[in-house]
Design a protein around this ligand. Structure first.
Ligand code: NAP
Ligand code: ZN
Ligand code: ZN
Length: 346
């Protein structure tokens, strides 16, 4: 066991404060990572405030982690001391269920272990990347390719894979019209990836405030959803819509923007149940789907893809003492486009 510094919420909704936590000893298959940067995902806020009801406190959020390997267990073959590595939303899964065997451990039927706010297979709580070190099984650690800075790579570990996976699954590419709803952490990287895949990309944002920046990220078109004419003009346009909105959406309006056979994929996680008129699906054989992060192998593929295309996330680097302020700014959609904590300030 070793005691390391961390930022934690003591109870649901409490401000995050500096504290210490215990990390397990480095096991045979474990990697000890000296964390350098951790992205602030909107999910960190949902969970630190127990929006989904099932949270464990004290909570150390953070599942967009990059750093350097400083120790490896005797059975570790995939990573070496000094390697630049990343950890995303998962640190373990059952490895025996149908989905794990199919390389879909993000949908593990036996219960995957989230990087924070969960219990590991020994029943110990997991603590995330708002801390100086983490011990992770080698199978859940990915390589950060050369050419990607650790700070710009960090948000890819959640925001990157969460948009890459559905873009690939629903075949975004040349000839496909893709809309990204919400230009925040997930949305901005979704725009970059969809553009790099060759799709025609439209941003649907609440206002035109970020239009110029959105077009620079790779969007071909940019519309404000606060303007009702947007929904008239774009009716029946898209093959694929990814919603990254953290609040409830009027699904019927967004479904009306799909072509026949188009899919609206929900990535955002509003607290309240959603409803829709089934005719929004029936008329046009449209699909409403969801998607959760991606597998470890696909996360590696995504990192290599982003490095190959020469981009990481657009970030605002913050000190640990700005975490609570950063949460408020994310809630106010005042982030361009991801806060990343410089863990050296912790
Ligand atoms: P974020 O940076 O806050 O981005 C969300 C964006 O949604 C905002 O920038 C804003 O974009 C738009 N938005 C916010 N409130 C809205 C409202 N009331 N109506 C319409 N649009 C609104 O958050 P994020 O980190 O990208 O995460 C987005 C959501 O995805 C969160 O709910 C998070 O928990 C969830 N998530 C899911 C997965 C998964 O595996 N499915 C993984 C990670 C995160 P504009 O300013 O452009 O309108
Ligand atoms: Zn996340
Ligand atoms: Zn499993």
């Amino acid at each position: 066991m070793s005691t390391v510094a961390a930022y934690a919420a003591a109870t649901a909704g409490a401000p995050l404060e500096r504290t210490t936590i215990e990390r397990r000893p480095v096991g045979d298959h474990d990697v000890l990572i000296d964390i350098k940067y951790t992205g602030v995902c909107h999910t960190d806020i949902h969970r630190a405030r127990a929006h989904f009801g099932r949270s464990i406190f004290p909570m150390v959020p953070g599942h967009e982690i990059t750093g350097i390997v400083t120790e490896v267990g005797s059975g570790v073959t995939a990573h070496r001391v000094g390697d630049r590595v990343g950890v995303g939303c998962l640190v373990d899964s059952c490895r025996t269920c149908e989905n794990c065997k199919a390389g879909l451990e993000q949908y593990c039927l036996g219960g995957s272990v989230a990087t924070y706010g969960a219990l590991d297979r020994n029943g110990e709580p997991t603590y995330g990347g708002y801390s100086t070190h983490i011990v992770v099984d080698q199978d859940f650690v990915v390589r950060i390719p050369d050419g990607l800075s650790l700070e710009q790579a960090a948000p890819l570990l959640c925001a990157g894979i969460t948009t890459y996976s559905p873009l690939r699954h629903w075949n975004a590419g040349p000839g496909k019209k893709v809309a990204i709803v919400g230009l925040g952490g997930l949305g901005h990287i979704g725009v970059k990836i969809a553009h790099a895949l060759g799709a025609e990309v439209t941003v649907l944002s609440q206002s035109l405030r970020k239009k110029e920046a959105g077009l620079k990220l790779g969007a071909d078109h940019y519309y404000a959803t606060s303007d009702p004419r947007t929904f008239e003009e774009l009716a029946g346009t898209f093959d694929l819509i990814l919603s990254t909105v953290s609040a409830r959406l009027d699904l019927d309006s967004y479904l009306s923007l799909l072509k026949t056979d188009g899919a609206l994929v929900n990535l955002g996680a509003p607290e309240e149940p959603v409803s829709l008129n089934v005719f929004s699906l029936i008329l046009g054989r449209r699909s409403l789907a969801g998607s959760g992060i991606g597998s470890i192998q696909e996360t590696q593929e995504m990192l290599d893809f982003c490095a190959g295309h020469g981009f990481g996330a657009e970030i605002e680097l913050i000190g640990a003492d700005q975490i609570n302020e950063a949460f408020e700014r994310v809630l106010a959609s005042d982030v361009r486009y991801r806060f990343v904590i410089d863990i050296a300030t912790l």
